[in-house]
Design a protein around this ligand. Structure first.
Ligand SMILES: Cc1cc2nc3c(=O)[nH]c(=O)nc-3n(C[C@H](O)[C@H](O)[C@H](O)COP(=O)(O)OP(=O)(O)OC[C@H]3O[C@@H](n4cnc5c(N)ncnc54)[C@H](O)[C@@H]3O)c2cc1C
Length: 355
């Protein structure tokens, strides 16, 4: 079998590694160039996500590049997004997957033999299976179902960056939160002067691209310092010590996508379900999806496998999208987020068991 995996973020390369482990030939088609200077901020990989990486033999590799080179005391690993993407792509390539950049999917059709994917540069590729790992604004999702829902705006602006030469309280690699009356601040420190942080500011209407572009660094810094004026002084120190862009982004989520597969095409990761960043679960969900999809393809004929993958995943991921929506609303309403997250964090995939 030859799988065309669309998207080289988290879900795509994780799927490539998982499919290579069951002997599938894989081509990963990523829209962005190989030299990508805009790969974003950082993510926390949760214990369940690390366990799914372990099934793929990748947990140790990934941890080598986490902040402070380890998991924090609560079992989460802070990772630069660019670093996570790179490690997963390298792992996929090392296992024999082809990684092709500047390949932006625009259309696909199923044929008697499988699938043909068409790209923005006019090229096309044929395969037996098309796996859409192309993120929250997925093209594959709308190819599978032109009536599929699109992402929903959640009225929070995300910002963040990487700061150095500054200290903030807390154990190395442990996520810490600071609530202030006008916003929400989170960070993890290395214990050696490096602090990775994010901030969420309530933001009524979704900012347009032009509005985002107009938010320059000086303006955003001033706004952040004003938002956190009543917070402990180290918050302002961290903001001032930031050596990167501030990555202002609107928040989105996506649940209730009714159709995850059609013929030999399927979606996973944010393309199928996206939780707000507040849940800290998007990457981990994507990695879990990849492992479960590969298990299903290992044990069942292709189309049955796609249906079984959805059956095994839907309740869990929809639950986590709802959890993320509640957690984001709690930030806006100054309420307490859900407790009792064992069902999210303790989830483990038994690779040896048949689906
Ligand atoms: C600000 C922010 C903070 C977050 N924090 C966390 C966190 O702490 N923990 C966590 O687990 N998750 C977090 N997330 C969510 C996490 O980033 C996503 O859930 C995760 O990246 C999903 O992986 P994915 O591969 O499905 O999508 P993506 O990582 O978005 O990757 C999709 C890839 O597909 C490519 N692509 C898109 N369209 C096409 C096309 N037409 N053709 C070819 N390629 C295409 C894109 O260029 C991209 O490389 C955060 C998200 C945001 C925005």
């Amino acid at each position: 079998m030859h799988a065309l995996v669309i998207g080289g973020g988290v879900a795509g390369p994780a799927t490539a590694v998982a499919l290579r482990s069951i002997g599938v030939d894989v081509t990963v088609c990523e829209a962005r160039p190989a030299e990508d200077k805009d790969a974003g901020l950082w993510v926390m990989v949760a214990p369940n996500g690390l366990a799914a990486l372990d099934v793929l033999g990748l947990e140790e590799t990934v941890l080598r590049e986490s902040l402070a080179g380890a998991v924090g005391p609560s079992g989460f690993a802070p990772m630069r997004r660019a670093g996570l993407y790179r490690l997963l792509r390298e792992a996929a390539a090392a296992r024999g997957a082809r990684i092709e950049h500047d390949r932006k999917l625009i259309a696909a059709e199923t044929t008697a033999d499988g699938v043909v994917a068409r790209f923005a540069d006019g090229s096309a590729l044929a395969g037996d299976l098309l796996v859409g790992c192309d993120g929250i604004h997925s093209r594959t999702r709308s190819i599978i179902d032109p009536a599929a829902p699109t992402a929903r705006y959640v009225p929070l602006l995300n910002l963040g960056g990487f700061a150095s030469g500054v200290e903030a309280p807390g154990e190395a690699a442990q996520l810490q939160f600071v609530r202030s009356p006008k916003g929400f601040f989170g960070y993890a420190g290395s214990g050696a002067g490096e602090v990775w942080w994010f901030a969420n500011l309530p933001w009524g209407a979704e900012p347009s691209r032009a509005e985002l572009a107009a938010m320059d660094r000086a303006w955003l810094t001033e706004r952040l310092l004003d938002t956190f004026a009543e917070a402990p002084g180290y918050v302002a120190d961290v903001i001032r010590a930031t050596y990167t862009d501030l990555y202002a982004l609107p928040t989105h989520d996506l649940g209730g996508v009714p159709t995850w597969s059609r013929d030999d095409m399927v979606i996973l990761g944010d393309a199928a379900h996206a939780t707000t960043p507040t849940s800290g679960q998007g990457s981990s969900m994507a990695i879990e999806d990849a492992v479960v999809l590969a298990k299903c393809l290992r044990d069942l004929p292709r189309r049955q496998a796609l249906a079984r993958y959805e059956e095994l995943r839907r309740e869990r991921v929809e639950g986590i999208v709802a959890l993320g929506a509640r957690a984001s609303a709690a930030k806006l309403n100054d309420a307490a987020p859900d407790g009792g997250l064992d069902w999210v964090l303790d989830y483990r995939i038994d690779w040896a068991a048949r689906v």
